[in-house]
Ligand binder design. Sequence first.
Ligand SMILES: [Zn+2]
Length: 707
Amino acid sequence: MIKTIIKFFFLVVVTSSSSFLLFSPQPKSFYHSLYISTALSDNVSVSQHLQILTRRPHVAGSEANAEAAAYVLSVFTSCNIKAHIASYGVSLTYPVSRSLSLTRPFPDPPITFSLRQEIYAGDPFADVAGQVIPTFHGYAKSGSVTGPVVYVNYGRVEDYVTLKEMGVNVSGSIVLARYGEIYRGDIVHNAFDAGAIGALIYTDRKDYGGGSGDARWFPDDRWMPPSGVQVGSVYYSIGDPSTPGWASTEGCERLSNEEVEKTGNVPLIPSLPISAQDGHTILRSIKGQVANQDWQGDKDAPIYRIGPGPAVVNLSYKGEYVISTIQNVIGVIVGVEEPDRYVILGNHRDAWTFGAVDPNSGTAALLEVAQRLEKMQKRGWSPRRTILLCNWDAEEYGLIGSTEWVEENREMLASRVVAYLNIDSAVHGAEFHASATPQLDELLKQATQQVRDPDNSSQTIYESWIGSTNSPVIGRLGGKGSDYAPFVQHIGIPAVDMSFGKGFPVYHSMYDDFVWMEKFGDPLFQRHVAVASVWGLVALRLADEEFLPFNYLSYACELQESAKDLEDKVSSRGITLNPLLKSIEELTKVATKINNEKKAINKAKGWASIWKKDHPKVREVNDRLMMAERAFTDPDGLIGRTWYKHLIYGPSKHNNYGSKSFPGIEDAIEEAKNLNTTESWLTVQHEVWRVSRAVRHVSLVLNGELT
Ligand SMILES: [Zn+2]
């Protein structure tokens, strides 16, 4: 019913006047419904944006990516959004030469691999395929190593434990690991820790190739072709490696390449990514013990053995560090009532290859949001708070564009940003996924209840998202998977990350192109439209509502759950979690109190004051809601990785992609388990105290009274 009314009103608006501005503004909720209506959304223009953005490969620092930045800027400008480019000179690496050869026992001849991804039949991008960056790992160590090969499964810490139990010594060999479970930088790091001199990482058909006997792959099916290679960074940290902790502005202090190596943030052994077919060729010439069943490939794969050898490979890689110019495009829609409060939508633009999924499905969605906001402005809407549309550069190398910008604007952002809403790859396929800091859970649920599922119009995204359960699974933002990390983990800003689908087989290969998206990712571009609806709606509610739609009760619940998980790990060690549990209890009370305060202010205002100025307490309550998340950060940061200030969410030590609750406590537990000394367990107790103090600070901020 509501929808019909909106549509009717829209018709009146567009047919009865040549100037939309003649209409007096409607209530914000009217515009929010309009925003998600079919009247404003456009799947044709969203697909055109994607097509334009992905015409050429556009790795960070390239001319093609500067061109893509100019395109984003021009769309913002054409939408009457004030926009500028924030540039930085950052240290990126590019491949100069690489080679890989395999020596096998007689009579098999040696092989030199081509390391080339093949152009497919009918590839419309064949003419620019030569511009695709040669397969390599960003920030890989240059060098040439020769050694016997050991197969190490996914290259996780536990895989090396298994190898040790099997009596296999990795030291002095080159490991062959498969992609799929942990961050590739950690695969190289774990190999180095085990004593390996080099690392090869291949794409196994079991994880990326469909896994059936039917050998169909892109362009006939969604799966990775046999020559497809997942390129990517192996950097352990985030931000420009030559300016750790400060912004890469012109003429700034900068570490030399030698100093960068000493920071421990780049690998110390060479590595290369390789294809499924090259991985299998090497696996066929590894002998020794047969690997466990869960280490094997799909049913058509050879039997995987562990080695070492007799296969011997020579891996040579030479890369160069180049100070490259990167461009963040920043669009600003100034808020009318609270211009100094920011709601930020962010997505990166740089891609390892064409980037149709990663990340430009998100960029196309960002441009769709910009266009819908323009249409609303023409109909009389303007935001209460400022909305920023940010298009980051050099995310793929290590969240560099966003991190430099956060480092440069740290104080302003920390005192003004209400929330950061990230989308990296907007569409990988069907099914909605989201992560958030918990005070935004409720808002996320409400927004998805208002948008139709693009794959099942009989229900909302929310209904599909929960499936047969009572509540959706909302991930947390402790990992370093995308640009939300500097916002959450460095300065404590509430954030959201979302996408349709989770993971796609041609990830970071040259097959992540417009054809793949059109055939398999989102043929009708309705998922792009839907993600722009949820993204924009969440932003609009944060930008327009009088009270920030934050609920810290969800945070308290979430902390309680995480504390319960911790209990089992420490209870037998004489560690008490009482201070933490007490601080969470206090947070529950204060979160309830501030929710009631909002209700009381609304009641006190009454109907008569609805069009008048804000109640004097509104801004003060909002500031408390906004600043509470900051109090989860500690200026000292996590032990040994002090750039990470957030004590509740941080990256797992052995998998950058993994999110950990209480990362400082978890780190300390791991250390104590290894050392098993009284002192090391006391450090665990100290970390528990530190987190409880942070939680107490949050309660004090929410409470808003000095002690
Ligand atoms: Zn990405």
